[in-house]
Design a protein around this ligand. Structure first.
Ligand code: ADP
Length: 446
């Protein structure tokens, strides 16, 4: 209700206060008038009494009307000011013991509280606007009809148009219709503003003015993916180059020296032995390249696990018995069964035990296999007393190896197997003890 409307309406409350005062004064006034006019008094006494009675009666009613209406008017003005957002206006604090004083006190407290809330809301709004403007992901809000209502700075950069040009356009016109339905989050190939790329799409809904809206967050992933791919290729080429060179260089030098010997008119007496040794090296290097490629294929072609129940105790004992170079001791945990692909898990654990045995043999230590189980997962540990880990940052880089005949595939393959089962693989130094510990954690039901 606005104030003009309020003014137009009859002041019913005030009139009823006046009426109340009138009726409450009526018996007294009637009695006084009866006393003045009903008794034999001189006329001037009768007139004076009548004047005084009527003046006191009507004046009292008016004063009472003011006393009741004025504080209410003050309270209404303060509430109106608060409603308009003017929190500076205050009621004069009256006596906190009387009803009016309490009302003033409460209205002042309410004003103070709303002022604090408004301030916090303005600050939070400013912070939110700043964050949305600064973040490097596109944020778009669409109404139920698919019309853009809000876009942040990254969104305008992405669509290469100003916010004013974008707001009010439909998702279809902006090339974002595909992102408004389907699964969320997901990655999507989108062509926006003439450029195509891979985007991660996250969608949620919110209500504005009681109406449903969709909030779309788009993150460009192609650039990050390309950088990762470039990195992976660089690593792969470095390792492949190193491995192939290691094989080609001796093959080339041996072939050259054998050819030189063949060209001589008289061959040296030990030529046959040289030839055999040279061919042996060539064979050896070719085999090594073959091994390397086989290991690489194993990594690239890991099939999805075929799940079946697997008793952890049996699996661990079977793998421990496969290590021929030293005896692997077992510290058994709870007798639990997990759901897993036993061939793949054998392979993963064989790699870890082989690494542990390599390390332990280097420094004359032991290898121990143990496991613990909680309601969600089983953790198998392979502890060795070897020299410890070389460079923890490189361990899971494909083809990283510090061994003469190593492939650098074992740990990567084991981790891939663990992750394909929803588990993890980590390697750490056993500080302050000697050696390293591999922790293979697998969910009890994949
Ligand atoms: P490979 O055994 O063929 O070298 P891996 O991927 O299995 O390939 O291991 C990569 C490297 O990680 C090894 O060359 C070795 O330097 C290091 N490593 C793995 N396990 C251990 C361990 N238990 N103790 C010390 N170093 C380890």
């Amino acid at each position: 209700m606005d104030s003009s409307e309020r003014r137009r309406r009859p002041a019913r409350h005030e009139r009823s206060v006046v009426a109340l005062a009138f009726w409450s004064g009526l018996p007294g006034a009637a009695f006084a008038l009866w006393w003045a006019w009903g008794q034999p008094h001189p006329l001037h006494v009768q007139l004076t009494v009548t004047l005084v009675v009527v003046a006191a009666w009507l004046g009292g009613a008016m004063v009472l009307r003011e006393r009741v209406a004025w504080p209410l008017q003050t309270l209404a003005n303060i509430i109106a000011a608060i409603r308009e957002g003017d929190y500076g206006i205050r009621a004069h604090p009256g006596d906190p013991e009387d009803a009016l004083g309490v009302a003033y006190l409460e209205i002042n407290t309410l004003g103070e509280m709303l002022r604090g809330q408004r301030l916090r809301a303005v600050e939070a709004d400013a912070l939110l606007r700043r964050v949305t403007a600064e973040i490097d992901v596109g944020v778009f809000a669409f109404d139920a009809g698919g019309t853009l209502r809000l876009v942040n700075r990254a969104g305008t950069r992405m669509l290469r148009r100003s916010a004013d040009e974008l707001i009010g356009r439909s998702a279809g016109e902006l090339g974002l219709a595909g992102a408004l339905d389907g699964e969320s989050p997901r990655t999507l190939d989108l062509t926006v503003a003439g450029a195509s790329g891979r985007w991660e799409v996250r969608r949620s809904s919110f209500r504005l003015d009681g109406r449903p809206h969709a909030l779309l967050v788009l993150t460009e992933v192609s650039r990050a993916l390309r950088a990762e791919e470039r990195d992976a290729w660089r690593r792969l080429i470095r390792v492949l180059g190193h491995e192939i060179n290691n094989s080609l260089a001796p093959i080339k030098s041996i072939a050259g020296s054998l050819r030189a010997q063949l060209g001589r008119p008289v061959r040296a007496a030990d030529f046959d032995a040289d030839l055999a040794a040279g061919l042996g090296v060539i064979e050896n290097r070719t085999e090594s390249l073959g091994r390397f490629l086989a290991a690489y294929s194993a990594l690239a072609k890991l099939p999805p696990p075929r799940l079946a129940p697997l008793r952890v105790a049996e699996w661990v004992a079977r793998v421990a018995a496969l290590e021929p170079r030293l005896s692997v001791s077992i510290r058994p945990g709870a007798d639990v069964t997990i759901t897993a692909d036993s061939d793949q898990l054998d392979q993963a654990l064989i790699n870890l035990v082989r690494n542990a045995a390599d390390a332990a043999l280097e420094s004359g230590g032991c290898v121990e296999l143990s496991w613990t189980a909680d309601p969600a997962a089983v953790e198998v540990r392979v502890d060795d007393e070897g020299p410890g880990l070389p460079d923890p940052g490189n361990l899971f880089v494909p083809f990283f190896t510090t061994k003469l005949r190593g492939t650098g595939i074992g740990l990567v393959l084991s981790r891939q197997i663990a992750e394909a089962h929803g588990g993890t693989l980590a390697l750490e130094s056993r500080v302050p003890l000697r050696g390293a510990r591999a922790r293979l954690r697998l969910p009890r039901s994949a």
